[in-house]
Design a protein around this ligand. Structure first.
Ligand code: NAD
Ligand code: GLY
Length: 358
């Protein structure tokens, strides 16, 4: 088992990576000093892993809330149902929530933990690759509002993150590939050596070779942990993690969150951002092709889906910018492995980069 520290002074916590961790009672005990535990999961993940987890915690008082599957579960009403259960349990500040699932479960469970009694402990037990390499680390918690994704949320760090790599065995191939987009992102924005490593290991990644997958989770978590330790509340460098996300969000919005998984939209968004970086002269020619080649080899899309209008994408980006107050500029590349925030792109520059991705 590997352990990586997210260094945040009195809010520091470990991220454990290993196989079979969910069922190992000893892994959990140290983080559950109180007797009461509420596990939040969903209807897909609970039948696979909830029983094993409950067995590991059998001498504690454990209850569970099982949500419906999908992004549509990240609602205020499901948040309220979790709070209702905590009240029914007569849970005090010593309760601990456990998020057992992908990023959706992690975000809503984390927000319930952030808001119940002004904050109670929670543990992330991520079961998708995307949640393991990104969403479970860093303390961003949220639910969605009808007017926009993640509009209601808080920063609330978990007490620990337990990444049981065995859970990836049941993860559908498309979801696995979507998680790889966030892995490539770390290479593209800050870790050139990792980018080269990913290029060299493509076939073993695609075959889901366990040793290589554990290594890529570890390297991704190290990158995320370093960024979060440096800029917990996203006042600077953490914004680089949004590379590809402004274009990605616009694509998700205009396709009504039904055509592309988040990681797929980010994959396309990163290529658009790289093409924009090149055409603005911020980075050398060839970067975007190299990035799109790696993404394609990993089974990810690099071109805009047919039928998506450039006007609609630019409009969705403008709306996103308005709603996400404070978000200025785009994350672009000055080289492979080095990101910058840039405010100099005009709508024409953006349209031209989008045209290159058709
Ligand atoms: P998800 O949680 O919807 O999981 C994807 C699918 O995989 C779901 O159908 C889920 O039920 C299923 N699943 C999960 N684990 C499984 C397993 N082991 N075996 C079989 N099926 C399994 O999606 P996601 O991609 O994990 O996360 C996306 C969410 O994460 C979005 O809401 C996004 O906003 C959020 N997110 C948050 C952060 C953050 O920093 N907090 C970062 C990135 C994304
Ligand atoms: N996923 C972006 C962040 O955690 O900041």
């Amino acid at each position: 088992m590997l352990s990586i520290e997210v260094a945040l002074e009195d809010r520091s916590y470990p991220v454990f990576i290993g196989n079979g961790l969910l069922a190992q009672a000893s892994q959990w005990r140290q983080f559950l000093p109180g007797g009461k535990v509420l596990v939040v999961s969903n209807e897909t993940v609970a039948p696979l892993y909830l029983e094993g987890l409950c067995n590991a915690l059998k001498d504690l008082s454990v209850q569970s809330v099982v949500l419906e599957d999908g992004e549509s579960a990240k609602t205020v009403s499901n948040w309220s149902a979790i709070i209702d259960r905590l009240i029914e349990m007569k849970a005090g500040r010593d309760v601990c929530l456990i998020a057992l699932g992908g990023g959706v479960v992690g975000d809503i469970c984390g927000f319930a933990a952030a808001s119940y009694m002004r904050g109670v402990p929670f543990i992330q037990a991520p079961t998708t690759l995307l949640a393991q390499v990104d969403a479970s680390v860093g303390g961003k918690t949220a639910v969605n509002h009808l007017r926009g994704k993640n509009l209601i949320g808080a920063f609330h760090q978990p007490r620990a993150v337990l990444i049981d790599t065995d859970t990836l065995d049941t993860l559908p191939a498309r979801e696995f590939r979507a998680g790889l987009a966030e892995v490539v992102k770390y290479g593209a924005i800050r870790d050139l050596e990792f980018f080269h490593w990913l290029e060299a290991k493509v076939s073993r990644i695609v075959e889901r070779d366990t040793e290589v997958i554990v290594s890529l989770i570890e390297r991704s978590v190290r990158n995320k942990a370093q960024v979060v330790a440096e800029d917990e509340l996203e006042s600077g460098i953490r914004a680089h993690l949004n590379f590809g996300h402004t274009f990605g969000h616009a694509l998700e919005t205009i396709t009504a969150y039904s055509r592309l998984l988040h990681g797929e939209a980010v994959s396309i968004g990163m290529v658009v951002a790289a093409r924009l970086s090149e055409s603005r002269g911020l980075c050398a020619p060839g970067v975007a092709n190299r990035l799109s080649k790696l993404l394609e080899e990993l089974g990810l899309p690099s071109a805009l889906p047919g039928g998506t209008s450039t006007d609609a994408i630019v409009e969705a980006m403008a709306l996103d910018k308005k709603t996400q107050a404070g978000q200025t500029g785009l994350v672009l590349l000055e080289a492979l492995g080095s990101a910058i925030i840039d405010t100099g792109s005009s709508p024409e520059h953006i349209r031209s980069a989008l045209a290159q991705c058709r």
